[in-house]
Design a protein around this ligand. Structure first.
Ligand code: THU
Length: 141
């Protein structure tokens, strides 16, 4: 196993830890995200649902907003996991469109997105792969 794989597994472990705090009484779908900054700090996020469903915040945005509100905007990668109450992940939990757009505000095109079912079963994408031809700050200059 090489160094990158070890770091991926570590980040996935953190994402599972983050999912432990998910507040999801409506969907029962727990999502955890672990965001690594360029200086190797890890911010955790979980989904936070609301009885007014549209007020729900996804795990990825929770992690990103925690980091940005701490003054950190330089990110390297994020690991994401998702599973139903009391179950193992059945699938990879891909970031929703809004989270991809929020990533694109702060992250480079080579930002790594790790979607995992377990520490040993995961896929890695770049933001460019998951949000090609995106709208960004350059478009409104
Ligand atoms: N969810 C996330 O946390 N991240 C995503 O990228 C997609 C969906 C959450 C929102 C809601 O609490 C639950 O998953 C079901 O949609």
């Amino acid at each position: 196993m090489n160094g990158i794989e070890n770091k991926d597994k570590e980040l996935i472990k953190w994402a599972f830890a983050a999912a432990g705090n998910a507040y999801c009484p409506y969907s029962h779908f727990h999502v955890g995200a672990a965001l690594r900054t360029v200086d190797d700090t890890v911010y955790l996020g979980c989904n936070i649902e609301n009885s007014s469903y549209g007020a729900t915040n996804c795990a990825e945005r929770t992690a990103i907003f925690k980091a940005v509100s701490d003054g950190c905007t330089d990110f390297k990668e994020i690991a994401i996991v998702g599973f139903l109450d009391g179950k193992e992940p059945e699938d990879y939990a891909y970031p929703c469109g809004i989270c991809r757009q929020v990533m694109s505000e702060f992250c480079g095109r080579d930002f790594r997105i790790i979607v995992a079912k377990s520490e040993n079963d995961y896929k890695v994408y770049t933001l460019d792969q998951l949000l090609p031809e995106s709208f960004g700050a350059d478009n409104i200059k």
